[in-house]
Design a protein around this ligand. Structure first.
Ligand code: TXA
Ligand code: MG
Length: 331
């Protein structure tokens, strides 16, 4: 049987370049959405100052509107128009921007941002991405860009342009017009989110900037727990979930299961399909493969995905955070 024709509202995938940035800026200027690569995952970007654009992001993702978005800016100078930057925040920006660190900071009363972006909180999450395509788009559009990961709420985050097409075959209800193709994301898990609005820094989401690295520059950093629910509204449990059930810390694998291995593969046989996050146990390689491999193993006819243990240190903390949520009971 021939493949069905693509949906008429399927987003177009464009190679980056001056013409693509100009077209994407026009799309953003009228409140529609563009998917952009960042060094972590692909983002679903819209004009952070436009209520309709921000509402379109929530609608396309099916995201609960109490879960605020990250605002992407070129640099600390651009962030200054949106949030109050204290000494700690300035030090963190100096150290890690541009890069995979998001800072939650007090919102300026006159910030030219949609109120929806911060979901009614008096704080804003800001980040300056390092990916050259994201940077070029922010520059060309001349606006701060609200951009959550470019997946349907609760799904696995996208690390290639094709993953974004799979998530939004109809452009998320014709809201997402363009995908800027920037290859595979180098890091592969979302940015570290650090709340700097309290007395002591609070790590809301582990990422490739680790707890130890943050403490080495900022002093003691607390780890968010379920009790921090109001400050960390995105910490809902089930997330990053493939269609199949996920079984963690596997020490065996069934014939009808997929195996997601890590390190030298101890299981001599078994598993309907097998992929290895990193044959030689490299956590950086494992993070960059995580979401693409969860997608690739999510095949009809299997009973689940068995995942070998991943060491809980360095980038492994972020990998295990995502895996625990992928395995959490679905609501
Ligand atoms: O790597 C990333 O951060 C990617 C790329 C596209 O930049 N973006 C991303 O966005 O992961 P999203 O929306 O999927 O995750 C944003 C996280 C959520 O956990 C959200 O709750 C939290 O940041 N967040 C955003 N604004 C916040 C705020 N004002 N206070 C506390 N948490 C906030
Ligand atoms: Mg996300």
């Amino acid at each position: 049987m021939p493949a069905p024709p693509p949906h008429p509202d399927r987003p177009r995938v464009l190679p980056p370049g001056p013409a693509a940035y100009a077209e994407a800026s026009d799309v953003l200027a009228v409140g529609q959405l563009v998917a952009m690569p960042t060094e972590t995952v692909y983002g679903l970007a819209g004009d952070a100052g436009n209520d309709a654009a921000v509402a379109a992001i929530f609608a396309a993702k099916g995201r609960p509107s109490f879960n605020p978005l990250i605002v992407h800016v070129a640099d600390a100078g651009a962030a200054e128009a949106l949030v109050h930057i204290d000494d700690r925040a300035a030090r963190a920006m100096e150290m890690w921007w541009p890069g995979p660190l998001t800072l939650v900071l007090p919102r300026r009363a006159d910030a030219p941002l949609s109120l929806l972006v911060s979901a009614g909180l008096d704080t804003v999450a800001v980040r300056s991405p390092a990916h050259p395509v994201a940077r070029a788009l922010i520059k060309a559009s001349g606006r701060p860009l609200a951009a959550p990961s470019a997946n349907v709420s609760g799904h696995v985050s996208p690390t290639t342009p094709m993953h974004v097409v799979e998530e939004f075959p109809d452009g998320g209800g014709a809201r997402l017009k363009l995908i800027l193709a920037g290859g595979r994301c180098a890091i592969g898990v979302e940015s570290t989110v650090l709340d700097l609005t309290g007395e002591q820094p609070l790590l809301l989401r582990p990422g490739s900037v680790t707890h130890e690295e943050l403490e080495s520059v900022l002093g003691p950093v607390d780890l968010a727990t379920a009790a921090d629910g109001v400050r960390a509204p995105g910490m809902m449990t089930s997330h990053y979930a493939p269609g199949l059930p996920v079984r963690l810390d596997a020490t065996n694998v069934g014939e009808d299961e997929a195996l997601l291995a890590f390190g030298p593969d101890q299981f001599l046989r078994g598993g309907a399909v097998r992929l290895n996050l990193s044959n030689n146990g490299d956590l950086t390689e494992a993070a960059s493969n995580l979401f693409a491999m969860l997608r690739a193993l999510d095949r009809p006819g299997l009973s689940g995905i068995a995942v070998m243990p991943v060491p809980d240190k360095g980038l492994g903390v972020a990998i295990n955070d995502r895996l625990r949520r992928a395995a959490a009971p679905r609501t």
